[in-house]
Design a protein around this ligand. Structure first.
Ligand SMILES: NC(=O)C1=CN([C@@H]2O[C@H](COP(=O)(O)OP(=O)(O)OC[C@H]3O[C@@H](n4cnc5c(N)ncnc54)[C@H](OP(=O)(O)O)[C@@H]3O)[C@@H](O)[C@H]2O)C=CC1
Ligand SMILES: O=C(O)[C@@H]1CCC=N1
Length: 291
């Protein structure tokens, strides 16, 4: 290993989860690509008590945290030829998939479920690489997975048995909520909304801070209050039983300051058409990434 990735916070030892959702997994679970999203999944599995000895990571430049899991028995970059995995989780970039995955096609010979989180890459592509009839799940998580607050939407091909779906549900659910759809075509728009969505929210924090500076605030104060506002509003949305529109109305006094701002944001050329264009662009890009 010539290079290693920056360290991210990982729990020193997994929370005990005897009898938890990952308890019945025999393994090995092979994770291909342990970058930002693959690393978040790995964290979730370890946090939920999946025995590190049941995990294999294939990653050319593992972070120090991933490498450290080898002490607990995680196997890092063994020869894939001898492996008979229960699941193979694909978390490499879609642009590298065509080169990175064909050498791993033999991994599914013993019936492993392939679970891909790659943007754009279709169930058809997975079957092309791993063979027709391979049980395959295409899933789209997002980065709040890193703190167990992810939102994943998944679709399975017809070859996935009930047990395979449960396995995928449990592995993906280690990072947050999982919804399933029957129609694969929806995943491109899901990618544009929840997969990429955290970036839009972080941009809102950045943009709000810049607007604060333009309104005369010192940059440090503007950044702090914008960040806390986005984080606090997100937390309120998470905890409150009220929907987003009601929470918005609760901020908006008639004839007050919020109403003045919302007149701009909710105008015909406001946020709605802008986000519609942004989500359409991301959806298109997801379809292009199918290759
Ligand atoms: N980031 C996000 O918000 C989301 C990402 N995704 C999807 O997750 C996947 C991973 O994205 P992300 O984690 O952001 O990207 P990263 O670049 O952080 O992770 C990809 C990892 O795969 C490694 N890799 C490259 N080639 C191989 C190989 N041949 N075998 C094994 N590992 C390899 C990379 O190593 P190196 O860097 O050294 O090349 C890198 O560590 C993508 O397909 C993306 O579409 C899905 C939802 C959200
Ligand atoms: O930007 C991307 O392509 C990936 C997929 C969703 C979030 N990040």
């Amino acid at each position: 290993m010539s290079q290693s990735k920056p360290e991210t916070k990982r729990p020193a030892k997994p929370a005990s989860a005897a009898g938890g959702p990952l308890h019945g997994i025999k393994g090995p679970v092979v994770l291909v690509g342990a970058g930002k999203m693959g690393g978040a999944l790995l964290d979730g599995w370890l946090r939920l008590g999946l025995d590190a000895r049941k995990i294999v990571v294939l990653e050319p430049h593992p972070s120090a945290d991933v490498a450290a899991q080898a002490i607990g028995g995680l196997r890092l970059n063994p020869d894939p030829a001898g492996l008979k995995p229960e699941a193979v989780v694909l978390a490499v970039k879609p642009q590298t998939a065509a080169e990175a995955l064909p050498p791993l096609a033999g991994l599914t010979a013993a019936g492993a479920v392939v679970i891909s989180i790659m943007a754009g890459k279709t169930l058809g592509f997975l079957e092309q690489v791993f063979g027709a009839g391979t049980p395959a799940v295409r899933a789209m998580p997002n980065t709040p997975a890193a703190i167990g607050r992810g939102m994943t939407v998944a679709v399975a091909n017809a070859a996935v048995p009930e047990a395979g779906r449960t396995l995928a549900q449990n592995l993906l659910g280690a990072t947050g909520k999982v919804d399933w759809v029957a129609e694969e075509g929806l995943i491109d728009a899901v990618t544009a909304v929840s997969g990429s969505g955290p970036a839009y929210v972080f941009l809102l924090a950045e943009s709000l801070a810049r607007a604060g500076v333009a309104a005369g605030l010192p940059a440090e104060l503007a950044e702090k209050i914008a960040r806390e506002t986005v984080a606090g509003a997100g937390e309120l949305l998470f905890r409150s039983p009220l929907d987003a529109a009601t929470l918005r109305k609760n901020v908006t006094s008639p004839g007050g300051t919020t109403a003045a701002a919302l007149d701009v944001l909710m105008a015909k050329d406001g946020l709605d058409p802008l986000l519609e264009k942004a989500v359409a662009a991301a959806t298109r890009r997801s379809r292009e990434l199918a290759g």
